[in-house]
Design a protein around this ligand. Sequence first.
Ligand code: HEM
Length: 382
Amino acid sequence: MLTEETKSIIKATIPVLEEHGDAITTAFYKHMFEEHPELLNIFNKTNQKLGRQQTALAQTVIAAAKHIDHLEAIIPNVNQIAHKHRALQIKEEHYPIVGENLIWAIGHVLGDAATPEIIDAWTKTYGVIADVFIQMEKALYEEEEWHDFKPFKVIDIKEESAEIKSYTVMSDDIKVQPIKAGQYITVKVHPENEENDALRHYSICSIDTTKGIKFAVKRDVAGSEKGMVSNYLHDNVKVGDEILLSAPAGEFTVDAPQEKDIVLISGGVGMTPIMAMLEDEEKKGRHIKFIHSAYNRDAVPFKAEIKKYHNKENVQFFFNYSESVGRLNKTKLADIMNGNEEIYMCGSVAFMEAMLEVFNEMNIDRSQVHFEPFGPKMSITI
Ligand code: HEM
């Protein structure tokens, strides 16, 4: 338990942390990787370069500090992060390393302003916040279908669109249970010419795992730092190769009451978890509006799967090709939706932000909108 004195120091120092948040987390990462280079095998170096994880961590620490009197308010966000941490196999023993380096960075950036009382208050507060994560992750580790990363053989690779390939993988030892629609798996690879392992999450295309786990990967611009693992998979991994996978994870799943209609909306490769949701919800007889935004028809993945639903009365499809008709906007969505549906959406951070703005214009309550961006969720600021 934190004392009132500790809490008031935390509240008083939030504006300073907000001001220096990015500087603190940048210093934190630099110092932590110098002290613990082995962690470069876990962290996403692309996110580091793009500053994504810096923002995510700074925002999370400040959000937690703001809610220090009622930490339960951050539980939904912790839940989403805890799933990612579990998928990356972040363990309890990693937390003190992050804590020590974060506190060091606060002292380093604030200089003399970081009094021993302030350092002490943040050390204790970090401990409390870390414990919320550790407890939630403990529960997820107890449920995980297998521990650590295990080898899976690639048994099929399919070109789903000009830029997207799906990979189906199977294990000799693990009979994988059906996944929950919307979940992802985490791949560990070690590209040649790279010093470290690289981990990435990829959404699963289908709940049916009897013929293997199928996930989809979008190629990134050639030579781009952004797509290091995706491009490695596209260019190097062949049928018969083995890749390492941790157990399926993620809480982006459909939980709307059965009588509610749902809108499944995706941009680009964001269609992947949405396909699993379509498969699952269609079977249950749910009324579904399936909206997909792509640059043009060539960019639409899973065309063969989509065809299977064309004569289903409970599913309506809408495709928006931005090359010819511009982006999805309020007028187009208001034609399709009645505003009472529960919305599940997936795509890039930019797509999510654009759609959230459109939903605001349509006066759709945020509680109806469930989403998973490809990138840290808390970097979304709308
Ligand atoms: C991802 C916060 C502890 C490793 C994240 C994300 C947040 C976050 C907000 C982004 C989630 C998303 O993608 O939506 C925190 C907080 C922590 C903490 C507040 C402490 C209380 C740790 C620890 C480790 C760790 C102890 C391991 C040493 C990672 C990694 C990612 C991640 C590897 C994936 C993103 C990337 O690789 O850049 N964390 N985290 N985190 N976290 Fe943590």
